[in-house]
Ligand binder design. Structure first.
Ligand SMILES: NC(=O)c1ccc[n+]([C@@H]2O[C@H](COP(=O)([O-])OP(=O)(O)OC[C@H]3O[C@@H](n4cnc5c(N)ncnc54)[C@H](O)[C@@H]3O)[C@@H](O)[C@H]2O)c1
Length: 275
C-alpha cells in the first residue's frame, strides 16, 4: 500500500509581514513606529512588562494598560478595551506573555466598537482593523506574537472563548530573547512546555502538513536542548534564545495546523530518530 505524504494537500500560511528575532531587536520597535508615523501608541501589558514600557522606545503620546491578568477573563479584557478607547490610539502594542498579547489582538480588532467580543468568537468573524498592531513577547511559550488567535476566559463557565482572525495578525512581531531573562524558573518551565505542546500537537495532528513539520520538529529539538538550561539558569542567554525560537516555531505551527486535533498516529511518517 502506498502511504500518503500529504505533500500536495492545500494549506494557507499567515505570518506577520515583519518578524524581528534576536538580541537587541527590541530597538527596532520605536524605529518602525516612527517610520510608520504612529503618534498615539497604546501598550497592553502584564504587570511585569508594565514596569518596562519605557524600554520600548515608542514615539508620541504613549498610553498603557498594565494590569492584564494571567489567563485574562472577559472583564479584564473589557477594562483594557475601555482604557484603549479613552486613549484614542493609532497603534496597539502587546507587551508581555500570551495573556497581554492575546488581549492586545482583541483590543485592536474591537477598538472601533462595531462588533462585540461575543460576536467575533470563532473563526474569521472580525470585520477589520483600523489601527496598527505590534507584538513583543516577554515569555517563551505561546507563540501568540505570530498568530491569529486570542483566548479569554468566561468567568461564569470558566470556558475559554477563542477568537481567530487574520485581522489579529501583527504588523510586526519583535522577539528579543533578552525580554525573557527575568521570567521565574517555574513560569519558564510552564511556558516552555506550552511551546513543546504546540509543536508536538502540530506534528501529530490529523491536519499535519510537511510545510509545518519542519517548524514542529525543530521546535521540539530546541525545547529538548534548552528548556532545562533556561529553568536552571535564567541568565543563560543561549538557552533563552533557544526557547524564544522554539516558542516562535510553535506559534508558526498554530493556525494552519491547529492543536488538539491529533489522532495519535502518523501513518505517513517514520519514527524521527533525530529528535
Ligand atoms: N494565542 C495563542 O495562540 C495562545 C496559545 C497558547 C496560550 N495562549 C494564552 O496565553 C496565555 C498564557 O500566556 P503565557 O504562558 O505567556 O503566560 P502569561 O502571559 O499569563 O504570563 C505568566 C506570568 O509570567 C509573568 N511574566 C511574563 N513575562 C515576564 C518576564 N519577562 N519576567 C517576569 N515575569 C514575567 C506574567 O506577569 C504572569 O504573571 C493564556 O491566556 C493562554 O490562553 C494563547
Amino acid at each position: 500500500m502506498t502511504k500518503t505524504t500529504g505533500l500536495a494537500r492545500a494549506i494557507e500560511l499567515l505570518r506577520p509581514p515583519i518578524i524581528e528575532f534576536g538580541t537587541g531587536t527590541l530597538a527596532k520597535l520605536g524605529d518602525w513606529a516612527r517610520a510608520k508615523g504612529y503618534q498615539r501608541p497604546f501598550v497592553v501589558a502584564g504587570s511585569s512588562a508594565a514596569a518596562r514600557v519605557g524600554m520600548l522606545g515608542l514615539p508620541g503620546d504613549v498610553g498603557v494598560f498594565g494590569t492584564v491578568a494571567p489567563e485574562p477573563d472577559i472583564p479584564n479584557f473589557e477594562a483594557t478595551l475601555a482604557a484603549a478607547r479613552a486613549h484614542k490610539p493609532d497603534l496597539i502594542v502587546g507587551f508581555g506573555g500570551g495573556s497581554p498579547m492575546d488581549v492586545a489582538k482583541l483590543v485592536a480588532a474591537l477598538l472601533d466598537g462595531g462588533q462585540t467580543l461575543a460576536e467575533v468568537v470563532g473563526p474569521e468573524k472580525v470585520a477589520g482593523r483600523r489601527v496598527g498592531l505590534a507584538q513583543v513577547p516577554t515569555t517563551a511559550g505561546t507563540g501568540s506574537e505570530v498568530g491569529t488567535r486570542a483566548l479569554v476566559t468566561d468567568p461564569v463557565s470558566r470556558n475559554k472563548w477563542a477568537v481567530q482572525s487574520r485581522f489579529m495578525l501583527a504588523d510586526i512581531a519583535i522577539i528579543d530573547p533578552e525580554m525573557t531573562a527575568t521570567v521565574p524558573a517555574r513560569v519558564t518551565a510552564e511556558t516552555g512546555v506550552d511551546a513543546m505542546a504546540h509543536c508536538v500537537e502540530a506534528f501529530t495532528n490529523i491536519k499535519a502538513h510537511p510545510i509545518i513539520d519542519g517548524y514542529a520538529l525543530e521546535g521540539v529539538r530546541l525545547v529538548g536542548r534548552y528548556l532545562a538550561r533556561a529553568v536552571q539558569n535564567g541568565a543563560d542567554h543561549e538557552a533563552r534564545a533557544g526557547m524564544a525560537l522554539a516558542s516562535l516555531y510553535g506559534g508558526l505551527c498554530l493556525g494552519p495546523v491547529n492543536t488538539a486535533d491529533g489522532r495519535g498516529e502518523r501513518g505517513d511518517l517514520p519514527a524521527c530518530p533525530r529528535l
